[in-house]
Design a protein around this ligand. Structure first.
Ligand code: F6R
Length: 256
């Protein structure tokens, strides 16, 4: 596979990143280019989803024709519990827009047979015709989805162990301290099969991961570096997340 330069947009702050990402997603949905949308959870996505909700309420956008696939879900956290990604999606997008919950897919981390659930999820993506646009955040350790450092670039949806760094980063969602040890996640191969990828990174704590993803070696040590094997990747960063970049490796559009 050949190496590609991601298109990098550096914007002033989190608000600008969210509105720019929402603008790109809305344009693709309105034009009909995106019918199957890959979604992420996490703090970075909250303002992005708020922008999409506002666009739907203002009738500038409808998500009614979309099918969506979330990247991941914790193992053993029931959908009704607030820390689940199911609850997150209901709170930030599904309950607030016309996206049809029956077509909004999230892996079932409570499935009795998790390997079967992982295969079922891969088949559902394939049956939908593949993902047109996958939205991603990035972990400060370079993870995408819950593909932690060391994940094989050929990996598909599967059960993974969460790193200590990831469990610490997400601990606030689990006030009882019971941060799950495992998750079901789309694999790196699943992610890079999407026709287009949009990654958002906000804040200085993502600067090292962004520099490694764009300028470091393409290696499982930084799962996000796999995105350089894909020809259609756009990375939107605020200035803080872009602060450790120093090379010309990316095609940079500065909007800040
Ligand atoms: C979430 C996901 C993760 C997050 C990443 C960043 O579905 O797959 O890869 O995108 O951990 O999380 P935040 O945005 O909370 O910093």
């Amino acid at each position: 596979m050949s190496e590609h330069q991601p298109l990098l947009e550096i914007v002033a702050d989190a608000g600008a990143a969210a509105s720019r990402a929402a603008e790109i997603i809305a344009a693709r949905v309105v034009s009909g280019r995106v019918k199957v949308l890959g979604l992420a959870t996490g703090g970075t996505m909250v303002p992005l989803y708020a922008n999409l909700v506002a666009a739907v309420r203002a009738r500038r956008l409808s998500l009614g024709g979309l099918t969506s696939f979330n990247l991941d879900e914790y193992v053993g956290v029931a959908p009704r519990l607030p820390a689940s990604f199911h609850a997150y999606m209901r709170q930030h997008l599904l309950g607030e827009t016309d996206l049809d919950p029956a077509r909004a897919h999230i892996p079932d981390g409570m499935a009795p047979d998790l390997a079967a659930e992982a295969s079922r999820y891969e088949m559902a993506i394939a049956r939908a015709g593949g993902i047109d646009l996958q939205v991603l955040g990035i972990g400060s350790n370079g993870h995408i989805g819950f593909n932690e450092p060391g994940s094989d670039f050929g990996s598909r949806t599967r059960v993974v162990g969460l790193s200590e760094a990831t469990r610490r980063a997400n601990a606030a969602e689990f006030p009882d301290g019971a941060v799950p040890e495992q998750a079901l996640t789309m694999g790196i191969a699943t992610i890079i099969e999407a026709r287009e990828i949009l990654l958002l990174a906000i804040g200085a704590k993502k600067a090292g991961a962004i520099a490694a993803a764009i300028e470091g070696p393409i290696s499982p040590d930084c799962p996000a570096s796999a995105l350089r094997l894909h020809a259609q990747v756009r990375i939107i960063c605020d200035k803080a997340a872009a602060s450790k970049l120093d090379g010309p490796q990316a095609d940079i559009r500065r909007r800040a």
